[in-house]
Design a protein around this ligand. Sequence first.
Ligand code: ZN
Length: 677
Amino acid sequence: MHSRTLALVFASFAVTACKTHIDSAPPGERAYLLERVDDVAIVQVYADGFERLEPRERALCWHLYQAAVAGRTIYMQQRCAEALDILALGEELLTHSAGIERATLEEVRRYMKLFWVNHSPYNNITARKNLLRCTPSALVDAAERAQHNGAQLPLHIDETPRALVARLAPMLFDPEHKPMVTAKNPVGALDIVQASAATFYGPGVNLRRLEQLSERYELNSNVVLDAQGQLAELPWRAGSPAEGIAPGLYARELEGVIAHLEAALPLATEAMRKALEAQIRFYRTGERADREAYDIAWVADTASPVDTVNSFVEVYVDPRGKKGAWEGIVDYEDPVKATLIKTIADNAQWFEDHMPYAPEFRKPQVRGISARSIDVIVETGDAGPVSAIGINLPNDARVRELHGSKSVSLANIVEASERATPAGARREFCWDDAEAQRAERWQALTSDMLTNMHEVIGHASGRQAQGFAGEPADSIGENYSALEEARADLVALYFMADPKLAELGLLSDPQAAALAAYEHYVRNGGLQQLRRVRHGDQLEEDHMRNRQLVVHWIEAHAPAALERARRDDKTFLRVRDVAAFRAACGELLGLVQRIKSTGDGAAAKELLERHGVKFEAALRDEVVARYERYDVPSYIGYVFPRLEPITDASGRVVDARLGYPASLEAQMLEWSGRLTP
Ligand SMILES: [Zn+2]
């Protein structure tokens, strides 16, 4: 199961698309990187295409957004038994802070930022616990002061602030107490279930006993010991009293989610309405068959401009890999972007007829492959603030086989992560200011164009030689995948500089855009990607091999197109001439297409081994050292747009307006109702 592509580090060469901007409207000076908190970067996501949706669709988004926010505390509780109390304590301190000692308050603020990003004290990437770095007595003082200021502390009956802090102290301050949320390789006597802080299994439950249990609610239940000491399931469901289905765990939260989903129904398309109804049904019953029905209805909805995921989905947090972490996502397909992709697809035959390879390898009738890239408005629970850059769901293998899956790239997330890369790191591999400025000006658009052409006309193009039987993948073997990716990249690179793109209204200045696109490609494929391979002198990953193949082949065969330059002991790759570079791409594409069309495994092997696999270890060391000078964070927490409802005279939500909160803190306090925007 690999349903998501995680952007653990800034991945300017992610295997995915970038946000479309109409190329006359570059993103300008707005802030992407909002702040750094320890090793996490807090980055603003923008959803520009939202304004281009219909009012009804925007109102729909508002309801779905509320549903996504309503469920987020479920995920906190899944990660940590004390999460809700820590959330309430921290947020009440921050909103009733008058007179709290400054150093204590700032430390609570730092701790809470990490908590919000990770929905718990546990780091999303390492699974290890973050600690509050003040003394328990300083926290008691702060809590007493906040209570004096009117804070609603999460006190048990008759509990004092001091007793509250004592109760939470092991989780907040003690590094030895439940150190990991998910412990897949625990040391010592505890098994993976006992050693993990995730709350799916109650006290006394261990792995050995679980092996005897066949769970009815495998994805959506806690397993606990009942009064007789027997294993029992607590299903996560809202219940349906009329049918005799009792409310289960998280019933209160799920009722909140359901109310917003029901409000969304009248605004949804027919296909989406079916999916939402199925999901509401699943939330009520918790039954596997209802979850399957939802998966099937959700997969069937491929055309609605707005989409949502709101369910128990990924199983990574559970050490057994069974229990679904709750997540909420609301996204839309940017209409301008959809038009761009459609324009390329509608002209697929023109591109095919102009492929720079032998006519017998061109398809007489080609259809563009449909591709989708979305912008997210909000991601909650397991889906955000730490976000994937691509999503492929559902996870249920049976549903995938029979009904298919939806695969999308999260365009505005990718763009935000690129834009938030430290400026120094972004321009380190540019030869001069002009190149750096071209990258700023064009990169979002050209990455987008390249990705779309790669998917829509790249993989779709070409045919096998007359008389060739079987599959090219079989005759080409282990080099096929890298070769095919190179072929799709080369189609995109070749047409990137074609005047046809201007004629189709896709680019105002193809020559300038193509230069920026070529420069970006060679910086990445020839230099930057090497920082990911810390050991050895060989690339293993197919996309990395294909990019290096393209760059090294052009460097070796077309000195008028690309040259290697050194300055101050640093290596640069300089695109010398757009036309020469384009011609070189066309020549290599001709070669690659011939290899594929004829299934020439020996030639594929020779090409890859000569240019795609080996790299110079000294160059890698140089690239790594150049990166290390910049403080590149290890992961990103995103701040999402804010939606404000627009209502009619009767109070019905008829439209929504997009805004941006000032900070992560503001967004989180707004979501928990402790701050009014
Ligand atoms: Zn591809």
